[in-house]
Write a protein that binds this ligand. Structure first.
Ligand code: SF4
Ligand code: SF4
Length: 57
């Protein structure tokens, strides 16, 4: 996943639901590390729609 930092309000909801604990929330950014499997759970939960999921082809 990737986060649009212009939209993200740093609420931390994505980080709290990620099953592999991949998300780091900081003042300037929110990002996922390599353990992210693009499951999409965080994208469904984000209140402002800031999460973009990269589809694996
Ligand atoms: S897409 Fe899934 S694995 Fe990746 S950061 Fe979001 S909840 Fe975690
Ligand atoms: S749930 Fe959405 S708004 Fe909240 S920290 Fe994650 S990406 Fe940002």
């Amino acid at each position: 996943m990737k986060v649009d930092t212009n939209i993200c309000i740093r609420c931390g909801a994505c980080a709290s639901v990620c099953p592999v604990n991949a998300i780091e929330v900081a003042d300037a950014y929110v990002r996922a590390d390599k353990s992210c499997n693009n499951c999409g759970i965080c994208a469904k939960l984000c209140p402002v729609g800031a999460v973009m999921i990269e589809r694996k082809l």
